[in-house]
Design a protein around this ligand. Structure first.
Ligand SMILES: O=c1ccn([C@@H]2O[C@H](COP(=O)(O)O)[C@@H](O)[C@H]2O)c(=O)[nH]1
Length: 234
C-alpha cells in the first residue's frame, strides 16, 4: 500500500524494468503515484508492479481493457489480485461490460479503483470527423462518463477540459483522472486536449497523469516539486 495522498500520477512509459525503476528511484511515493502502461507491462509483466509496490508506490495499472464483458471482468479480477491501486477499462465497451467489471471488483478482497476511459486525450474534433462521429470529443466523453457513472464505476479518464462538466452531470465524488497535462514550456507531443496542472486542478481534475513533462525533464524531482507548489494554491 502506498503512502501518497497526492493527485500526481507519473506515467512510467519505459521499455525495461531497469529504466522504470531508475526513474521511480528519483520520485517520492509520498508525493506521487505511478502508472504502468502497455509498453512496460508487456515487457516486464506483473514483476514490475511488485517492484514498484516494494518501493512504496501506489500503482495505476493502465491497460485500458476493452473486450467482451466476461473477458474484461476476468482481466480486471486478475489486476485486483496484483494489489494495484487503480485499474482501467474502456467505457466504449458498453453498459454490460462496465457492469460486469464493477461486479468483478466487488467480489475481490482487494478492490482497486475502477476507472473507465472516455475519449483519449490524443483525439480532437478532426480525429472524430475521420471516424465519422457527428458529435464532439467533449460531448462523447460526457456521454460515456454518464454511462460509466450509471454502471457504478469509480470514475473516468477524460481530458481536464471535461472534468467540471462530468462532475456536474454525475456527482462531485465521481473521479476524474486526466492525462494530457503539459507545462507551459512543454511540447504537446501527440496529445491534443491539454491543460497545465494548475488549469486542470482549477477545472476539478482529481488526478493528473503526467508522463514526458516529468520523465524527459533534466530533473524530474524538481519538476514534480514545482507542480506540487502550483497545486498547493488550490
Ligand atoms: O486518454 C488518455 C489515456 C491515457 N493516456 C496515457 O497517459 C500518459 C500520458 O503521457 P504523456 O507523456 O504525459 O503524454 C501515457 O502513458 C498515455 O498512455 C493518455 O495520454 N490519454
Amino acid at each position: 500500500m502506498g503512502l501518497s495522498m497526492s493527485p500526481i500520477i507519473v506515467a512510467l512509459d519505459y521499455p525495461t524494468k531497469q529504466a522504470a525503476l531508475h526513474m521511480a528511484k528519483q520520485l517520492d511515493p509520498q508525493i506521487c503515484r505511478v502508472k504502468v502502461g502497455k509498453e512496460l507491462f508487456t515487457a516486464c509483466g506483473p514483476a514490475i508492479v511488485e517492484a514498484l509496490q516494494k518501493e512504496g508506490f501506489d500503482v495505476f495499472l493502465d491497460l485500458k481493457f476493452h473486450d467482451i464483458p466476461t473477458t474484461t471482468a476476468k482481466a480486471v479480477n486478475a489486476a485486483a489480485q496484483l494489489g494495484v491501486w487503480m485499474v482501467n477499462i474502456h467505457a466504449s465497451g458498453g453498459q454490460r461490460m462496465l457492469a460486469a467489471c464493477r461486479d468483478a471488483i466487488e467480489k475481490c478482497r482487494h478492490k482497486p479503483l475502477l476507472i473507465a476511459v472516455t475519449v483519449l486525450t490524443s483525439m480532437d474534433s478532426s480525429d472524430f470527423k475521420t471516424l465519422g462521429h457527428t458529435i464532439s470529443p467533449e460531448e462523447y466523453a460526457l456521454a460515456l462518463a454518464r454511462l460509466s457513472y450509471k454502471c457504478g464505476v469509480d470514475g473516468v479518464v477524460c481530458s481536464a477540459f471535461e472534468a467540471t462538466d462530468i462532475k456536474n452531470h454525475t456527482c462531485k465524488d465521481f473521479l476524474t483522472v486526466t492525462p494530457g497535462i503539459r507545462l507551459k514550456e512543454n511540447h504537446s507531443d501527440d496529445q491534443r486536449r491539454i491543460m497545465t496542472p494548475a488549469e486542470a486542478a482549477k477545472n476539478n481534475a482529481d488526478y493528473l497523469v503526467i508522463g514526458r513533462p516529468v520523465t524527459q525533464a533534466k530533473s524530474p524531482s524538481v519538476v514534480i516539486q514545482d507542480i506540487v507548489r502550483d497545486l498547493s494554491s488550490f
